[in-house]
Design a protein around this ligand. Structure first.
Ligand SMILES: [Zn+2]
Ligand SMILES: [Zn+2]
Length: 351
């Protein structure tokens, strides 16, 4: 029996009797990170990194949480479990599972660039690696975040000159904190949607320090929005409260913006390909660095990425999970996936 099985409730370790990021209620759940497709309600016990707990409490309420530091072992029926930084969002962790000398690692979501908040991703040596592949096509290659933040600052400056509100759509957990931290200096006020506000409050209660933000309310005079920055999740893009901020320039922060035309299709003024996921090179380097003999690919372009690995001498298979449809997806134009589902061997797509 494999150390980790793919069951209808999620990734299951029978020897240790626990699940990793189960999508149905179970007895013991180990949670990679607090995004809603990985951390679900109803389990009797949750094990997570201590930085993940405040957000789980915000989203799932009070539960039986056990927290650990990275690299601090927990033992379950002879199985050794450790968490390792995944660099995706605050507290995000890869789960390393070891039994009788056999080692599996479940990546959860990860990114290899250090965002200064989520910790530095570290590849973990293992025999079997279960990797995400949200951006597992060679067209997805990120620019360094400083380059992206510089173009956001330039965009904000232009909007200011024209007396416009800069509205950035960014997922409330992860990207919003990065954007606020990087851009707060370029405006007098940062206004945020309630979801972003609540997340930041929870993190501040846990001891984090972020630049000061103000929650968008009806009492704020509309002139105050002009020349300032508003940060909201993608789902808020069509909210009536945006009308109040007119004239508005809207920018989307999402890896999907890497594909030219996606911002335009979404009727947006600007697209910034800032992602909390590894790009093509990050995925590939990570898979190699784990030294894994066998790779399972899930959560994204699993068939393209696993095919590429197989063709390049790394045994890989695809696995269907209930992950995905989360932070990046909120801001995906419907057409993004179709237009990027292309043949990875086509040199035209290397741009
Ligand atoms: Zn995630
Ligand atoms: Zn995910």
């Amino acid at each position: 029996m494999p150390l980790i099985e793919f069951t209808d409730k999620g990734l299951y370790c029978a020897q240790g009797q626990f699940y990793i990021d189960p999508w149905q209620p179970v007895n013991k759940a180990i949670i990679t990170h607090a995004h809603s497709d990985h951390a679900r309600w109803g389990s009797s016990y949750y094990l997570c990194h201590h930085l993940t707990k405040p957000i789980l409490q915000l989203r799932l309420g009070d539960n039986n949480y056990q927290t650990v530091e990275w690299n601090e072992p927990v033992y379950m029926n002879g199985v050794t479990i450790t968490l390792h930084p995944a660099g995706h969002i605050i507290g995000s962790s890869q789960i390393r599972v070891e039994y009788n000398g056999e080692i599996w690692v479940v990546s959860g979501d990860y990114k290899t660039e250090n965002d200064g908040i989520s910790g530095q991703f570290e590849p973990v040596r293992c025999h079997t690696f279960i990797t995400e592949s949200t951006f597992g096509l060679p067209i997805y290659r990120w620019q360094p975040q400083e380059v992206l933040f510089a173009s956001m600052r330039k965009w904000i400056a232009q909007n200011k000159e024209q007396g416009r509100t800069s509205l950035l759509l960014a997922y409330s957990l992860g990207k919003s904190q990065r954007v606020i931290k990087a851009l707060a200096d370029s405006v007098d006020h940062v206004f945020v949607h309630g979801a972003v506000y609540n997340t930041q409050q929870a993190l501040q209660h846990a001891g984090w320090r972020f630049p000061e933000v103000e929650k968008v309310t009806n009492d704020i005079p509309k002139e105050l929005f002009h020349q300032n920055l508003v940060v909201a999740p993608g789902s808020a893009a069509d909210s009536p409260w945006i009308k109040k901020m007119q004239p508005v320039s809207t920018g989307i922060c999402s890896g999907w913006m890497q594909v030219r035309g996606n911002a335009r299709r979404r009727n947006t003024d600007a697209g910034f390909a800032l992602s909390d996921h590894a790009d093509w090179d990050g995925l590939l380097q990570t898979v190699k660095a784990t030294g894994a003999e066998k790779v399972f690919v899930t959560h994204g372009f699993q068939s393209a990425f696993s095919r590429f690995l197989n063709e390049n001498g790394i045994e890989a298979g695809e696995v269907k999970t209930a992950f995905g449809n989360e932070e990046e997806d909120e801001t995906i134009p419907e057409t993004a996936i179709e237009s990027s589902a292309v043949n990875i061997n086509d040199p035209e797509n290397e741009a």
